[in-house]
Design a protein around this ligand. Structure first.
Ligand SMILES: C[S@@+](CC[C@H](N)C(=O)[O-])C[C@H]1O[C@@H](n2cnc3c(N)ncnc32)[C@H](O)[C@@H]1O
Length: 301
């Protein structure tokens, strides 16, 4: 279990968390402050999974963080962040980094991934698909277009609508076994079961395109944070890494606590940080709603 501590001389002293929740096997610990200062106080080689979405430096209107650093400064900040993650991540741990681009700046996610990577290996690249349209062809040859997910129109004559973001999966050596079937999907053609020696159940690898829609927000009042991911996203990352007894998950940029909620649902322990106490307050009320049974059912795939 990751323990947060600071030092007076050589003596470790506990840092006071902003809030803690203990429910069964899931210990949730939330810190208010700069994660790049606080995370190094975690024990080295102690964290099973880091799953997070950092600020993308694209001018998002956060209340505390200023999202418009000069590009080299931002990349240096991300690089420093990556080295801190690398230190605290267990040798068999996983680091899932969600980053999106903009139509004008499509290299941004890859630049961030490069800056963060340091000594880490890029083991998988997952695409978080927010909206998708597929041509569904019936047996009589007729076709229908099926569209699903959150669609935010852009009025551009140059750019297609950007319907996805990246989830970069880093590990120390690029060879960490993952639990693919924990996020598996049933076979469409059931004759696959039994045809292949390796297939014993009606579940196959989902692949690296993950369709995870947002819950639709209809008014600004319903949006307590300008850049969240759905709870299902960190939940799938943790499941893919593999859930084990006593595991520790960290989100260094926790916002309104989507990763904390995923951990509560999965019964695993969580440590999170944010510099903005208003977002942390929202995290706490989401967690309290969840623990008191007032939170609605998890979003389904
Ligand atoms: C993209 S948002 C994360 C949203 C989160 N995934 C969610 O679903 O709510 C990035 C967050 O990083 C926080 N942040 C920015 N700089 C930080 C820092 N140095 N330490 C901790 N949090 C920071 C911002 O306040 C913001 O809430």
């Amino acid at each position: 279990m990751a323990v947060s501590k600071e030092f007076i001389g050589d003596e470790p002293v506990a840092i006071k968390p902003y809030r803690t929740y203990g429910a069964g096997r899931s210990q949730i610990t939330i810190f208010h402050g700069d994660s790049l200062e606080l995370m190094p106080t975690l024990n080295a080689n102690s964290v099973d999974v880091v799953v997070t979405s950092p600020p993308y430096n694209i001018g998002i209107n956060y209340t505390v963080h200023r999202d418009n650093l000069p590009r080299p400064d931002y990349m240096e900040w991300m690089s420093h962040f990556g080295s801190i993650v690398s230190d605290v991540l267990r040798k068999d741990g996983s680091f899932f980094l969600n980053v999106g681009g903009t139509p004008e700046d499509p290299w941004l996610p890859w630049d961030v991934a490069r800056a963060v990577s340091g000594e880490l290996s890029l083991q998988n690249v997952i695409h978080w698909v927010k909206s998708i349209s597929v041509d569904d062809v019936a047996s009589d040859g007729s076709s229908t277009v099926l569209s699903a997910g959150h669609f935010k129109p852009i009025s551009s004559r140059r750019f297609l609508n950007d319907c996805h973001e990246y989830i970069f999966h880093f590990t120390h050596d690029g060879r960490i076994p993952i639990d693919k079937l924990a996020v598996g999907v049933p076979y469409k053609d059931k004759s696959n079961i039994g045809r292949w020696k390796s297939v014993s159940s009606d579940l196959r690898d989902r692949g690296n395109l993950w369709f995870i829609p947002y819950e639709t927000i209809r008014s600004k009042q319903q949006r307590p944070h300008p850049a969240t991911f759905p709870v299902r996203l960190p939940e799938m990352c943790i499941l893919l890494h593999g859930v084990r007894e006593g595991m520790a998950v960290v989100d260094p940029f926790m916002g309104i606590g989507s990763t904390a909620l995923a951990c509560a649902r999965l019964g695993v322990s969580f440590t999170g940080y944010d510099i903005d106490s208003s977002y942390l307050e929202e995290s706490c009320s989401r967690l309290e709603n969840y623990f008191s049974g007032r939170e609605s059912k998890p979003e389904q795939m």
